[in-house]
Design a protein around this ligand. Structure first.
Ligand SMILES: NC(=O)c1ccc[n+]([C@@H]2O[C@H](COP(=O)([O-])OP(=O)(O)OC[C@H]3O[C@@H](n4cnc5c(N)ncnc54)[C@H](O)[C@@H]3O)[C@@H](O)[C@H]2O)c1
Ligand SMILES: [Zn+2]
Ligand SMILES: [Zn+2]
Length: 407
């Protein structure tokens, strides 16, 4: 079968690989009809989330049809259409039972103190083969797969695999109460769903910060008041727009590949020397090629802006991904302003059923965030466009099925 394979930093390839087989009793084999490329995949290819084992199949977002099940997968049959949650969880340990599926004690073969188990991730996360492939083995399929209602299309369901739940999780961590003002940093796909989720939680006002006009335009269409950080200093603009107070809640939807302002008043405030040190820590190895795979040049920029701009006693929610090698956080300023900080990897399984119901009922149409769909054969090129954040390349759906038909 065809799959997108990680060969090294800055080196991903579409390869022919063996089809997966059932290994454990709670496994399923799924024939993928949709997969997608995520900002998290970019960290790994750019080298800002190190530790990827060469040969690992990438991708952690998937929709497909069940082909085979192990004897302990009792809630699905061959032919069922399912969405697959990005993180892998046993559903039985005390963490899973409390809803902390991303901190499952059992799913990661490296043991309970290792990283969140997810598809297509680096070795500390368990080196599970990912979902940018024609077929995938789904461990703990009885927990991680959710049956799709007929009315929900692949275009909608693929966004419920990871980024809608993550945006919703981020909004929940931010402790949004009706009427609160909320600022979302980063208007990529995850940021768009954080905006949509803040709206669902009745936020009073929603601000959105990015530097890419097409992404800010989508945020505006979703109801956000937009700030381009290459034109305005977001910390100043946010105070100005809130009578000097700042938003009650702020959400980081950027992560380690944050970039610094390259024009406008925020440019003069950039902590260049600090960012240089950080870049070395988070991305000791890089492999820039033809304008692709450049790590962000300001890893802690968003954390600094959030701590500076949020209202006193406000809440920071961090869902942007940082590697364990990231050490810089403005703890002093945060402590002295009585801030609450919440963060983490999404507990997908806790959110997918309820978000799917909202999609089925027509409350949210997640497909509005999707800008491209194409066969798996075009995956590498799609990665390159998405990595460069080219205008109009917001979220790419890959269709492995069409690859199969073409082959
Ligand atoms: N916690 C989780 O479970 C989870 C799940 C999925 C994705 N993520 C993470 O969420 C983040 C966003 O994912 P995505 O797919 O939307 O990625 P993306 O790369 O498409 O989007 C990031 C956006 O941030 C913007 N940005 C860069 N520097 C900025 C700055 N200084 N201030 C404001 N905006 C800035 C970029 O222009 C871009 O639009 C990534 O870090 C990804 O790894 C986390
Ligand atoms: Zn993702
Ligand atoms: Zn568990």
């Amino acid at each position: 079968m065809k799959a997108v394979v990680f060969r090294g930093i800055g080196d991903i390839r579409l390869e022919n690989v063996p089809e997966p087989k059932l290994k454990n009793d709670n496994d399923a084999i799924v024939r993928l009809t949709a997969s997608a490329i995520c900002g998290t995949d970019l960290h790994m290819v750019r080298g800002t989330f190190p530790g990827m084992k060469p040969g690992t199949i990438l991708g952690h977002e998937g929709v497909g049809v069940v082909e085979a099940t192990g004897r302990n997968v009792r809630n699905f049959r061959e032919g069922d259409r399912v969405v697959i949650g990005s993180t892998i969880a046993c559903g039985a340990c005390s963490y899973c039972r409390a809803g902390y599926f991303s901190q499952c004690n059992e799913a990661n073969p490296l043991g309970p103190q290792s990283g969140t188990a997810f598809f297509g991730g680096p070795s500390p996360t368990g080196s599970f083969d990912g979902l940018q492939a024609e077929y995938a083995r789904i461990p703990y399929a009885n927990v991680g797969m959710i049956k799709l209602p007929e009315e929900v299309t692949d275009e909608q369901a693929i966004l419920v695999s990871d980024i809608f739940p993550t945006g919703y999780f981020g909004a929940e961590l931010a402790e949004i109460k009706p009427g609160n003002s909320v600022c979302i940093f980063g208007c990529g796909p995850v940021g768009q769903f954080a905006i949509i989720s803040a709206k669902l939680m009745n936020a009073g006002r929603i601000f959105a910060v990015d530097c890419i006009e097409s992404r800010l335009e989508m945020a505006r269409a979703n109801g956000a008041e937009c700030i381009n950080f290459n034109e305005e200093d977001p910390t100043v603009a946010l105070k100005e727009l809130t009578n000097g107070i700042g938003p009650d809640r702020v959400i980081d939807c950027v992560g380690v590949d944050a970039v610094a302002a390259k024009s406008g008043p925020a440019k003069s405030t950039v902590k260049k020397a600090l960012f240089k040190v950080e870049e070395k820590m988070v991305a000791p190895k890089t492999n820039r090629k033809d304008g692709n795979w450049s790590p962000g040049n300001a890893p802690s920029q968003v954390l600094q802006w959030m701590v500076e701009s949020v209202a006193k006693a406000g809440t920071l929610s961090i869902i942007g991904v940082y590697p364990p090698t990231a050490y810089v956080f403005p703890i002093g300023a945060a402590m002295n302003r009585n801030l609450t900080i919440k963060m983490g990897n999404c507990n997908h399984r806790a959110y997918i059923p309820r978000l799917l119901e909202m999609v089925r009922a027509g409350v949210v149409n997640p497909a509005e965030v999707l800008t491209q769909a194409g066969p798996l054969l075009g995956a590498i090129e799609a990665y390159q466009h998405f990595d460069k954040r080219q205008p109009g390349w917001m979220k790419v759906m890959l269709e492995p099925e069409h690859t199969a038909k073409a082959a």
